[in-house]
Design a protein around this ligand. Structure first.
Ligand code: GRG
Length: 294
């Protein structure tokens, strides 16, 4: 069994990627669509969301097999959102993770369909999981559609587009991040704890934890856009740099952004203590989210 966080993450990245391959390889669909789905699913994502989901489950239970389908489904939705976000009609990016974006390798129509296919196939993956009972499948699909759809990530994306080239307040910025990034993190934490049979109180504290973890992720993302090695190497120039979009460093200065992040780290850890899971890998992952360098 893995001991430190790096070993833990590497161990589960391998397992998650094997399951992604298993779920995609069995699709009997036209080759360009399958190639396009596989291209983005295997383009070097960090797999943070499925790892969070497994860590949340393992704070309460053993045998990760029960959460694999939810983790893979979540990574599919995350990947669809990135494919669509990179399209000319949205951010119009040529590169992601140092590689050509999906629509640059394939064509725009295929990229749109690959995103659509990953979104919808994610629900099928959960429905087909023999380790879940119907009640669990309904609960997971209910939360996945809520957090990724018009009450979650998609709402965050449109608010983000509306905020393009305009000054927003810190409160408005945090609402955008809560929806655009935070909701999928909430799905990861909540689903793991739910399938691990956490109590109602614990679920509530973990929701608080997920909220702060989402914001930590985003503050660090904004900080990396200013200070990160990838930025220096020219690999990380995204829409935020090209536009005058508000970011934490722009609103608070770099020191203010770092200070705010530390406050959120303390609140996230406190929520884990209240949920009585401070000895889990969620604690280490909080530090990892706060200090990640890419
Ligand atoms: C198109 C409906 C729709 C939504 C797009 C997630 C998103 C919404 C857009 C992505 C743009 C972006 C840079 C968001 C900020 C944070 C974020 C989600 C970064 C990417 O997540 P990582 O770092 O990605 O976990 P990897 O590459 O590791 O998978």
């Amino acid at each position: 069994m893995p001991v430190n966080l790096t070993e833990y993450m590497d161990h589960y990245i391998t397992i998650i990627e094997q399951e992604i391959a298993k779920q995609l390889e069995k699709l009997e669909i036209p080759k360009p669509l399958k190639d396009s789905m596989l291209y983005s699913m295997n383009a070097g994502g960090k797999r943070l969301r499925p790892i969070l989901l497994i860590a949340s489950y393992e704070a309460f239970a053993v045998d990760y097999h029960k959460v694999l389908s939810s983790g893979v489904a979540l990574e599919m939705i995350h990947t669809y959102s990135l494919i669509h976000d990179d399209l000319p009609a949205m951010d119009n990016d040529d590169y992601r993770r140092g590689k050509l974006t999906n629509h640059k390798v394939f064509d725009e129509a295929t990229a749109i369909l690959a995103g659509d296919a990953l979104l919808t196939y994610s629900f099928e993956v959960i429905v087909n999981d023999p380790l879940l009972v119907d009640k669990q499948k309904i609960e997971i699909i209910k939360l996945l559609s809520k957090t990724s759809g018009p009450n979650g990530m998609v709402a965050g994306q449109i608010l983000d587009m509306q905020a393009e080239n305009s000054e927003v307040t810190l409160q408005e910025l945090e609402k955008i991040h809560e929806l655009k990034t935070g909701e999928l993190i909430k799905f990861a934490i909540y689903t793991g704890a739910y399938l691990g049979n956490a109590t109602k109180d614990q679920l509530q504290y973990l929701e608080e934890f997920a909220y702060y973890l989402g914001l930590i992720f985003q503050v660090q993302d904004d900080i990396l856009d200013v200070t990160g090695d990838e930025q220096k190497l020219g690999k990380r120039i995204g829409s935020d740099e090209k536009s005058m979009k508000s970011t934490y460093p722009r609103l608070l200065g770099i020191d203010g952004a770092i200070e705010l992040k530390q406050r959120y780290v303390a609140r996230a850890k406190n929520a884990l203590k209240k949920a009585k899971v401070e000895d889990s890998y969620l604690m280490d992952l909080t530090e990892h989210f706060s200090k990640r360098d890419h």
